[in-house]
Write a protein that binds this ligand. Structure first.
Ligand SMILES: [Zn+2]
Length: 196
């Protein structure tokens, strides 16, 4: 299950001028993830500062907004799978920053387990209610366990703890959305520690 390969990593330095299939997103492909056992499975790693910065209305610390890798939601088996990142994510990946490598594997894990997603959690209100009850979305747990299997549990826990402290330092974290994010990190760390 872990036969994924990150290819063209070096091309991140020299993004191809080729546009992605979705012109409205105006993204440049700068890497891809393939699976040895499934030739149809490809995740494109795309660079798009504009798209990433659009998500920055969440009360994340600014440096986190520019360094969070996220994926296009709802990609089914035949859809285009994209992990979008911005320039600062790319720089961190090229530096081989371990926290960013963990974040990348977490995103690959979402695609790996895309059939197991609990769609109810895409509703923010539902998500917050569940998190208040101490329940983490199953797809986050699965994505973390995927990263843990690929990289080792300790590395994933360390990355989550780092992101957790970064959020704690944000002056904006003390709002509902901020509290949810903090709590979600804590629950994910606890779940990883418990899981053998
Ligand atoms: Zn996730």
């Amino acid at each position: 299950m872990l036969d994924y390969k990150i290819e063209n990593y070096e091309h991140i330095l020299f993004p191809s001028s080729e546009r992605s299939y979705d012109h409205t997103l105006d993204m440049r492909k700068c890497g891809k993830v393939t699976n040895k056992d499934d030739k149809n499975f490809v995740i494109h790693i795309c660079l798009n500062n504009q798209q990433v910065n659009k998500t920055a209305d969440l009360p994340y610390p600014h440096f986190m907004c520019n360094s969070t890798i996220f994926r296009k939601r709802g990609a089914g088996k035949n859809d285009l799978r994209i992990i979008v990142c911005n320039k600062s994510d790319v720089d961190k990946l090229l530096e081989k920053d371990d926290n960013y490598i963990v974040a990348l594997y977490h995103e690959i894990g979402h695609f790996h387990y895309s059939d197991e997603q609990d769609k109810k959690y895409s509703d923010d209100k539902y998500r917050w209610q569940q998190i208040k009850l101490g329940k983490v979305p199953k797809d986050e747990i699965l994505a973390d366990s995927f990263a843990a299997k690929a990289l080792g549990k300790e590395r994933v826990i360390k990355a989550l703890q780092t992101f957790h402290s970064l959020f704690m330092m944000s002056p904006d974290y003390n709002c509902d959305e901020g509290k949810r994010i903090i709590k979600e990190f804590e629950l994910r760390i606890a779940a990883l520690k418990k899981d053998n």
